[in-house]
Ligand binder design. Structure first.
Ligand code: ATP
Length: 239
């Protein structure tokens, strides 16, 4: 397998001290990498830097070998990078259908192709099919997170950057969402970088777990190994 996303000697900060000092990470195509670590470890900062919302102070981010430096956020989306930020970002005033149509516009110019792509999302996320005429603000937390995820997936990204999708959701809904992500990865070869505080859920769906501590990679191991090793869990994950 080859690395689709490569991060080399990345340095990021917001003014004073660096948040990420010198981070290296390679994410192989068709895998889920769980990005773990305590509050403030730099997970969100890393995702926002990869998606282009934050400009790094140093280092490189390569997508399929191409340096993303100087590639604007919207152009990164066209290259196949999609971010679902924390907080279930959907357009609250638009219906489920309209949100998905907007997402599909990134990928498909033809109306008929958009229809097929949106209908595929209704198959993946059945609750959304029942709510297709409801506005974003009328949805439950779980439905909003499904819509945020579906809106990203409908554009058929190569790399999905997911920030805390489980936040505030019932375990059953989290399991449903993660199952859809895993299924999509296995079916399509999607690559996922999943930042999560919910370590057990994240490792249950990931191929690899990477633990950040103060902007550095402090552990990097197969997910099953990380989940099963009490010393690793205790040292880095706090349980
Ligand atoms: P959490 O799970 O709490 O979101 P995280 O691992 O995602 O944590 P970040 O949100 O990336 O961590 O934050 C890393 C550090 O950067 C923290 O010390 C945080 O206070 C700081 N930080 C984050 N965003 C900003 C900002 N916009 N301006 C200044 N400092 C920030």
């Amino acid at each position: 397998m080859t690395a689709l996303l490569t991060i080399e000697s990345l340095a990021v900060g917001y003014g004073g001290a660096p948040v990420i000092a010198s981070l290296d990470l390679a994410v192989e195509e068709g895998t889920v990498v769980a990005l773990l670590g305590a509050n403030g470890a730099g997970k969100t900062t890393l995702l926002r830097t990869v998606s282009g919302l934050i400009t790094p102070r140093g280092g490189r981010i390569l997508l399929d070998g191409d340096d993303l430096a100087g590639v604007a956020v919207e152009d990164r989306a066209r290259c196949g990078l999609a971010q679902v930020p924390e907080g279930r970002s959907v357009v609250a005033e638009l219906t489920v259908e309209e949100n998905l149509q907007l997402g599909a516009l990134w990928r498909h110019r033809r109306r008929a192709e958009r229809r097929v792509a949106v209908d595929e999302m209704y198959e993946l996320f059945e609750p959304l099919a029942r709510r297709r005429s409801s506005a974003g603000h009328q949805l439950s937390g779980g439905e909003r997170q499904m819509l945020a995820l579906a809106r990203a997936l409908v554009a058929e990204p190569r790399v999905l950057l997911l920030d805390e999708p489980s936040l505030g959701l019932a375990p059953r809904v989290v399991a449903q969402l993660l199952a859809v992500i895993r299924g999509t990865v296995d079916r399509t070869g999607l690559t996922v970088l999943l930042a999560e505080q919910n370590v057990t859920s994240a490792l249950s769906v990931a191929d690899r777990g990477v633990v950040l501590g103060l902007g550095e990679v402090v552990a990097d191991a197969p997910a099953a190994e990380l989940a099963a090793d009490p010393a690793l869990r205790h040292a880095y994950l706090g349980f």
